[in-house]
Design a protein around this ligand. Structure first.
Ligand code: ADP
Length: 162
């Protein structure tokens, strides 16, 4: 069984993430969306919130599982017997960091491969950070995130402005 992991902070999930997950579904029997605790990154949404947003979005895809991890990615990959890590490559700016990460992960565990997938061109400029910024300033993010994510972003914003 071919198992691929899509790891990330998903703070929050965007259509760009979903695009990569759907592409990974074509290559793997099982895709595990692995949400990193990443407390050091001071995420806007709690781990449980981020997990719920992902679960809600992928529930119609039987080959996709959602999980969290708080250890080295390659150790997590071993635990779940995955062959590969799938990362999205948006632009040249992603390359430097992703290249370092992939080579370091290979150094830590040669068995785990890293696969890069390019999203649909309209998502190449999309990031969770940018979405939060647009939402904070009252912009329309409906083209970039699923409806339930948009709702949560709006709720969080109105909570902040009270
Ligand atoms: P991280 O904190 O690990 O960068 P992210 O949640 O930002 O986590 O991203 C998780 C994965 O999704 C990464 O591989 C990232 O490159 C990819 N990704 C994020 N946004 C997009 C997008 N718009 N198009 C394609 N891939 C994306």
């Amino acid at each position: 069984m071919r198992i691929g992991i899509c790891p990330g902070s998903f703070d929050p999930l965007t259509n760009g993430h979903l695009d990569v997950i759907q592409r990974a579904m074509k290559l793997f029997d099982k895709v595990i969306v692995a949400v990193a605790h990443n407390e050091s990154k001071l995420p806007t949404f709690t781990l449980e919130e981020r997990l719920d947003l992902v679960r809600n979005a992928v529930s119609q895809w039987p080959s996709v599982q959602v999980d969290s991890f708080d250890c080295l990615l390659v150790d997590y990959a071993e635990q779940v017997r995955a062959q590969a890590v799938v990362r999205g490559l948006r632009a040249v700016s992603d390359f430097e960091f992703e290249f370092q990460l992939a080579l370091m992960n290979r150094r830590l565990n040669e068995r785990i491969e890293t696969i890069f997938m390019m999203p649909k061109d309209t998502y190449t400029y999309l990031s969770s950070r940018m979405i939060k910024e647009i939402a904070r300033l009252g912009g329309d993010v409906s083209a970039f995130v699923p409806v339930h994510v948009q709702q949560v972003l709006m709720d969080r914003l109105s909570a902040r402005s009270e």
